[in-house]
Design a protein around this ligand. Sequence first.
Ligand code: NAD
Ligand code: LMR
Length: 352
Amino acid sequence: MLGAAGGIGQPLSLLLKQLPRVANLHLYDIANVAGVAADVSHVNSPANVRGFTGQTQLGAALEGCHLVLIPAGIPRKPGMSRDDLFNVNAGIVRDLVTACAKHCPTAVLNIISNPVNSTVPIAAEVLKTHGVYDPARLLGVTHLDVMRARTFVSEATGLDPNAVDVPVVGGHAGVTILPLLSQTTPALRLEQQLTQEQTEHLTHRIQNGGTEVVEAKKGAGSATLSMAAAAAQFAGKCLAAMAGEKNVTVCAYVASDSVKGLPFFAIRCRLGRSGVERIYPIGPMSAFEVDGLQKLIPELKSSIDKGVAFVTGKDGWDEQPLHNAQQRRVAARKSGVNDVRAGAGDVAGVQM
Ligand code: NAD
Ligand code: LMR
């Protein structure tokens, strides 16, 4: 994990140490990591923990890693948008992903640092520059949005939060976070069904869950504990799929053809041994959700373009390398990945 001594990094280190599939846990930060590593290493689980710090130890931290989690970077204070973090965090993510490209080019990357809508395109461009970009292995972590949706829907309906599921698509900032409440599973019984007012309220709360925490913390940071839980669940799913477990699905912000003009989109995916194995269609949406999708497109596109431009100096996403279905299938076969960026059919630019 890169950024292991931070607000997310510390509780996440503790949770990762306890994951049965973690054999070696490498904790890297620019400061204060030795104490975290010493502390976490005393938890009785098989994972062997080592701390690394400073630029000179970054390569050694990454060497041999199969999964890299990146929560390095500054968090929001009240009144800030996630995009306000771009000026600091874009460079941090670029430099850390450059090190990943050099020292663990086939690792699956989980990008947590905000603004995720831009840091994932930044990571993609860096990996491309080094000739090691495999879209299947680059995942923006939006699982906290799914956790919030599960929690808030269970509060509203009385459903078990561990049993309820809600896909959350789009991106990870404000209106770009689009919970598909109409696709809640298990299907809501008549008496549990959400009114339009409840749907709007829940959508707004899920979209602003991060801000709710930032304001409650009054300048002391953003979500750290719930994020650590979300990242540990997400990493656990990645590791399970990498170990060969079948039918592992998550929502993640990945390279996708789901919506025309948006090269990255948070969408439900099936994971496999090398990352994203299949991207599912968005599925049927309510009129409210279709409207939400239309509203998010300009903001998400501009955040993606901003990330791309940060690395390339060019304005837009270069579609060339994975432009058509044939090229994608060839690229997918080469990397041992099936169906990446495949969808069911294109309806008005959206794969439903
Ligand atoms: P924090 O300030 O508490 O911790 C960040 C850590 O990153 C610090 O320990 C810092 O030393 C370290 N760091 C800075 N530059 C580094 C570098 N070049 N290499 C390695 N480590 C470096 O912040 P936090 O609360 O842990 O949040 C971290 C990031 O995660 C923020 O950008 C925040 O917005 C984001 N976040 C994302 C989600 C999500 O859902 N994806 C949720 C919560 C927070
Ligand atoms: C969140 O959703 O909690 C994170 O993206 C942190 C933030 O800035 O809101």
